[in-house]
Design a protein around this ligand. Structure first.
Ligand SMILES: Cc1cc2nc3c(=O)[nH]c(=O)nc-3n(C[C@H](O)[C@H](O)[C@H](O)COP(=O)(O)OP(=O)(O)OC[C@H]3O[C@@H](n4cnc5c(N)ncnc54)[C@H](O)[C@@H]3O)c2cc1C
Ligand SMILES: *[C@@H]1O[C@H](CO)[C@@H](O)[C@H](O)[C@H]1NC(C)=O
Ligand SMILES: *[C@@H]1O[C@H](CO)[C@@H](O)[C@H](O)[C@H]1NC(C)=O
Ligand SMILES: *[C@@H]1O[C@H](CO)[C@@H](O)[C@H](O)[C@H]1NC(C)=O
Ligand SMILES: *[C@@H]1O[C@H](CO)[C@@H](O)[C@H](O)[C@H]1NC(C)=O
Ligand SMILES: *[C@@H]1O[C@H](CO)[C@@H](O)[C@H](O)[C@H]1NC(C)=O
Length: 505
């Protein structure tokens, strides 16, 4: 709720220290109005949208989570080019208004990529072009693209890229945070495959960051979040397209430990042939009014039946209730199956942890989640799931081949399991209880993993709760390097002061 100055005075709530804040708020509001008017003068009326207009509403409705689409900014810059973003950042830093940046808006927590008035949101959703290079070795992606349409375009060139396992997820945030793909066991993170970033810096300059030019910025952006600049183009490696084999299987929940063990064995075999992807998703499904467990399978090639069967043998041996595995499918069809299970428009948060491979922890997370959500299940639209995703040694080796990472991950860590704890609800009045339940599970799992000596410190930025300390998890030396890069490219510390959302160094 927002109080006006007069109502605060009326209720006698305006203490001297409050007066300072309120004056500050008023100054901020005036600055924001000024900011939006100047933006509109500079960028033109179609590029700056205000609440109440259909253009504004359309963009806001396209956030993935309800919490993000409920936030109403002072105005929204609908950028169409790097120059628009550069013009916008100049106005914003001159005026001193606060801002947020969104590409496709799939980071679910409130304020990740949106900001309430008097803040301004820079929206890159319309910058969604896909340009394949003449030699077909690379592709330039606008940050506002979603992976499904990107794959559709690349199909026409018989190409693919290290992109999302969901069709709706965005190029921009996904790649900025790392990006786990079905191609990751062979090619590492999406960010390992970026050969050039086009970036708008704090002072509005549009620069390229790659191996030869602004190399420190290039390294930093692979672990950068909302600290170093706004990326307006990602030039990434393109790979030959192959038909896919895969799908998903549903199991009796009693098979949980067995399918998890089997996934661990599958992960251990990836060094022989890093062409497979798999995951196990374990939780409570509201539509089915029951616990469910399913596993996803993806193999990057329709041929090689023998090696594929060998790679997945333990997973394929677990008795199942339902099965969509087929040959000759594609990334989009596999992603559709994920998207059906993760529909947009609901209240939702993610939380994360990373473990060494350990079935006991997975079972524990499932059981503890059951306990933590017990009082909530049955209320409208509530469901939760724990998805366990292997980070194979082959992935970490690919990261190392690409130049390594400042995220504190190394092939020496061995095979790891990434947890995405996903919770969903519809009623705002359940926000606090859902968040408390999530925290209970994460706290328990952190302690338990420490006790069992299987905790890995790394927290994945794209799955983290807003207050999970992602940067500490990268290690002190890496933070130091990142802060040096930040100081070099934003020597007035403007982005740190004005840019809200994401994760801060
Ligand atoms: C249904 C679903 C499926 C998913 N599948 C996967 C998956 O397979 N693998 C995986 O690794 N992750 C996955 N994720 C997580 C996903 O990677 C993150 O949610 C990611 O941040 C989404 O990117 P976006 O552009 O849509 O998000 P946004 O919410 O627009 O952006 C995320 C953050 O990055 C910042 N940002 C965005 N674009 C830019 C830019 N151009 N310059 C500077 N800062 C920017 C924003 O300010 C924000 O803080 C999935 C999420 C969902 C909801
Ligand atoms: C793709 O090419 C068009 C036309 O040259 C250009 O306007 C656009 O910015 C390019 N997009 C990317 C992401 O490179
Ligand atoms: C893509 O591959 C198919 C099958 O090999 C081939 O017929 C087609 O010409 C290729 N298309 C392009 C654009 O290279
Ligand atoms: C699931 O497995 C348990 C234990 O084997 C069994 O009792 C139960 O009937 C099974 N449920 C279904 C729906 O198959
Ligand atoms: C949930 O699953 C269990 C075991 O698999 C089964 O016994 C029970 O009937 C199911 N409940 C509902 C509501 O379908
Ligand atoms: C939301 O929760 C409140 C408080 O529990 C309740 O009064 C309201 O009916 C709920 N709304 C919906 C749509 O379920």
């Amino acid at each position: 709720m927002r109080f006006t100055v007069s109502s605060l005075l009326l209720f006698g709530l305006l203490s001297p220290s409050r007066a300072v804040t309120v004056n500050h708020d008023l100054r901020e509001e005036a600055a924001a109005r000024d900011c939006c008017q100047t933006l509109q003068r500079q960028l033109g009326p179609t590029a700056v949208l205000f609440p109440g207009s259909s253009g504004f509403q359309q963009l806001v409705n396209s956030y993935y989570s309800r919490q993000e689409s409920e936030i109403v900014s002072q105005c929204r810059v609908s950028a169409r080019s790097a120059k628009d973003v550069s013009d916008a950042i100049k106005v914003i830093t001159n005026t001193g208004c606060k801002f947020a940046v969104r590409s496709v808006g799939h980071m679910p927590w409130a304020g990740a990529a949106n900001i309430a008035a008097p803040g301004v949101t820079i929206d890159l959703k319309l910058m969604d072009s896909v340009n394949v290079s003449a030699d077909r070795k690379t592709v330039s992606l606008g940050p506002g693209g979603s992976w499904g349409p990107v794959y559709d375009t690349l199909d026409r060139f018989n190409l693919t890229a290290v992109g999302g396992r969901s069709n709706t997820v965005g190029v921009g945030g996904f790649t900025l945070g790392g990006g786990f793909s079905n191609l990751s066991p062979s090619h590492g993170f999406a960010s390992d495959n970026v050969i050039n970033y086009q970036v708008v810096l704090a002072d509005g300059r549009i620069v390229n960051a790659n191996k030869n030019s602004n190399f420190d910025l290039y390294r930093g952006l692979k672990a950068g979040s909302t600290n170093l600049g706004i990326i307006t183009r990602y030039d990434v490696n393109a790979f030959p397209l192959t038909p896919k084999w895969g799908g998903s299987r549903g199991y009796n929940v009693s098979q949980g430990p067995a399918i998890f063990d089997a996934m661990a064995k599958f992960t251990g075999k990836l060094p022989k042939e890093p062409l497979g992807g798999g995951s196990v998703v374990w939780g409570y499904n509201e539509q089915m009014k029951n616990d469910t467990i399913f596993a996803t399978f993806a193999y990057l090639g329709a041929d090689g039946t023998q090696s594929k069967a060998e790679l997945f043998s333990e997973m394929l041996d677990v008795p199942f209730n339902s099965d969509t595995i087929r040959t000759n499918t594609n990334q989009q069809a596999l992603s559709d199956e994920v998207d059906v299970a993760f529909p947009p428009g609901l209240r939702r948060i993610f939380a994360t942890l990373t473990f060494k491979v350990d079935t006991q922890i997975a079972v524990g997370v499932y059981e503890k989640s059951h306990e933590a959500f017990a009082g909530l299940v049955g209320k409208e639209g509530i469901s939760w799931s724990a998805s366990f995703q292997p980070i194979s040694v082959t992935h970490l080796q690919a990261t190392q081949r690409a130049g390594g990472t400042l995220q504190g991950l190394s092939p020496k860590d061995g095979d790891l399991i990434l947890l995405n704890l996903n919770s969903v609800w519809v009623n705002e009045s359940d926000d606090a209880a859902m968040q408390a339940a999530v925290r209970k599970v994460i706290n328990w799992a952190t302690q338990e993993a420490k006790k069992r000596n299987v905790l890995h410190p790394w927290l994945y930025i794209n799955y983290a709760l807003p207050d999970q300390d992602v940067y500490s998890s990268y290690g002190r030396d890496n933070i130091k390097v990142l802060k040096q890069i930040q100081a070099k490219y934003d020597n007035k510390n403007l982005l740190a002061k004005l840019w809200k959302g994401g994760f801060k160094l």
